[in-house]
Write a protein that binds this ligand. Structure first.
Ligand SMILES: [Zn+2]
Length: 340
């Protein structure tokens, strides 16, 4: 398991999403049985899903890639698919089951319980700095970056509004208290105007801003502003640490819920190509349909604004449905979308 830089000869690049050189995390495992390797493939997919949902606060859809979209060297590819605020899909992490393909090609063997040589069963899984692109696009607003508290390098920015020793002393005190509760914070002591400091904290996506002015000091209180909703509250100093701790949890939850709701609102069950064309032009997102499993139908879908299959979704009622393209008996339930 390692982070390293890789190179792809991309014709068209896009910062954080598609670049010619980027950092990625890749892991490889070798197993003595197919079952064990398949369990590992699923386990890593679940780890990526958990990371996206619980840390990056991005709701994801998971499933298996089609033969056309899987990694060519894999027996099958599992994928984590995220939807951005504008309804464009992003393949965010993948986990592959290789079977014995590479083991046979490179003659990688082990001695099994029968004391015989056997080719290993492999998995491979990865995510990249594309996650940063997903993070930016999933949560940002017109004021700039919005970072989920769990991954924000600084969770709180303290801004002394007036240049007074008492205000600075109060800022220091709150900063120390936050630190003692393992909340990461800093005081903006620069000479910039208060308005500039507020805007800068917003652009940088700091989850919480604490403003301390002369009036606040007189009332033993501070003004607390959350980045995600811009809500402002005056909080008594006695409650400040508890309030900030609770607020960080609430912001993390709110960002995930927003992502979840955006995905829900942009996920459509579709049964005809007319419907697909209409939705993809008006409110793109995940389009769910049934599919016969043939590549020709996947290619046909691509003619509509470059739609690609995202992932095959587990379903046992395919027998009662028809392929959205050719109207033949369906084999899979599948999601489609436009991708970055
Ligand atoms: Zn078909």
């Amino acid at each position: 398991n390692q982070w390293c830089s890789v190179v792809r000869w991309e014709k068209e690049t896009r910062p954080f999403l598609r670049s010619r050189e980027f950092l990625w995390q890749e892991g490889h495992t070798a197993h003595s049985s197919a079952e064990e390797a398949k369990v590992e493939t699923q386990k890593m997919l679940d780890i990526y899903k958990t990371f996206f949902e619980e840390y990056l606060a991005i709701h994801v859809m998971t499933g298996r890639k089609t033969e056309k979209e899987k990694f060519a060297g894999a027996e099958y590819t599992l994928t984590v698919e995220a939807l951005m605020q504008n309804g464009i899909c992003l393949q965010s992490a993948t986990s592959h089951y290789f079977g014995q393909k590479f083991a046979k090609a490179y003659d990688v063997k082990f001695i099994n319980k029968e004391n015989e040589y056997e080719h290993v069963y492999q998995t491979s899984w990865g995510a990249s700095t594309r996650m940063i692109g997903a993070l930016i696009m999933a949560h940002s607003d017109d004021r700039g970056l919005v970072l989920p508290p769990k991954i924000a390098p600084k969770q709180v920015c303290i801004i002394p509004i007036a240049n007074e020793p008492a205000i600075y002393a109060m800022s220091e005190k709150i900063n120390e208290l936050l630190k003692s509760k393992s909340i990461t914070s800093y005081i903006d002591t620069s000479n910039k105007s208060a308005g500039f400091k507020f805007a800068e904290a917003e652009v940088n996506g700091i989850p919480i801003r604490i403003e301390i002015g002369s009036k606040d000091l007189m009332n033993d209180s501070v003004t607390v502003v959350r980045r995600d909703t811009h809500e402002k509250e005056v909080i008594n100093l006695n409650n400040i640490i508890d309030h900030i701790s609770t607020l960080l949890v609430s912001i993390q939850e709110n960002l995930y819920n927003k992502s979840f709701n955006n995905t829900k609102e942009r996920t459509f069950d579709v049964t005809s190509l007319e419907e697909v064309t209409k939705i993809i032009n008006e409110t793109p997102g995940f389009l769910i349909s049934y599919w016969c499993g043939k590549e020709s139908c996947e290619t046909k879908m691509k003619e509509i604004k470059g739609i690609k299959s995202r992932c095959i979704i587990e379903s046992d009622d395919c027998n009662n449905h028809k392929c959205i393209v050719c109207q033949e008996k369906a084999k899979h339930k599948i999601s489609w979308g436009i991708q970055y």
